[in-house]
Design a protein around this ligand. Sequence first.
Ligand SMILES: NC(=O)c1ccc[n+]([C@@H]2O[C@H](COP(=O)([O-])OP(=O)(O)OC[C@H]3O[C@@H](n4cnc5c(N)ncnc54)[C@H](OP(=O)(O)O)[C@@H]3O)[C@@H](O)[C@H]2O)c1
Length: 231
Amino acid sequence: MQSFPDGFRALVLGSSGAIGAAALQQLQQHPRCGLAIGLHRRSQPALDFDQPQALEDAAKVLAAQGPFHLILNATGSLHGQGLRPEKRLAELDAQRLARSFYINAIGPALVLRHFTPLLDRQRAVMAVLSARVGSIGDNRLGGWYGYRSAKAALNMLLKTAAIETARINPAAVLLALHPGTVDSALSAPFRGAEIGRSPTQAAADLLALIDAVRPTQSGSFLAWDGSSVPW
Ligand SMILES: NC(=O)c1ccc[n+]([C@@H]2O[C@H](COP(=O)([O-])OP(=O)(O)OC[C@H]3O[C@@H](n4cnc5c(N)ncnc54)[C@H](OP(=O)(O)O)[C@@H]3O)[C@@H](O)[C@H]2O)c1
């Protein structure tokens, strides 16, 4: 993490998840990291999208420990919590669609609202884990209506927030990142024969990418290897 100052401060949201936990561990073990805090639904303070007020309160509590140089939002859901990826139009269900949008787009939007003010003004990256399947240009297989479209909405929210944030904090870099296929509870039912990368490797790749990005790249949608993903 050479682009970050000595003693840099980091925040991982969704640190109970596979990628979030691995990223938090690597940041906590990094010799130049002064503070690495993980938040999730059972942490104190808690980060639970079903409690929007708690999200705002958490940001207020953490402001005292900031500003933060790195904020990684690793939350997201594909199945469970009333979600089930749809294969056909006939499977679309209003409540499930709304739930996917709530977890994958609206919760992260509130994170953007409450946590971008915590970013450092000299060097800061806020990255949100999106997914390549949220790319409209790259959609060749179809299916997964709710998750795909919620991640596409997340990408638009991120891009719009990057434009606004550039006016307020020109040093800040806001990114939507695709972590690749990673072994986790989220991907397990859908990987089939595909072997995903380990959460440890995925987190290391994402942190290396975050280290390399510059303010001119704010508002980008990037894959873990640094390549651009079409919107
Ligand atoms: N794994 C992959 O192959 C892959 C591929 C492309 C994109 N991604 C994206 O990468 C991100 C992380 O995925 P992962 O594989 O690490 O998944 P994971 O292990 O299932 O972790 C998901 C995280 O999101 C949190 N979360 C879920 N619902 C929440 C809610 N309502 N409020 C607050 N937090 C909530 C979970 O908290 P709990 O522990 O409390 O449930 C957990 O911390 C997601 O955005 C996912 O879409 C993953």
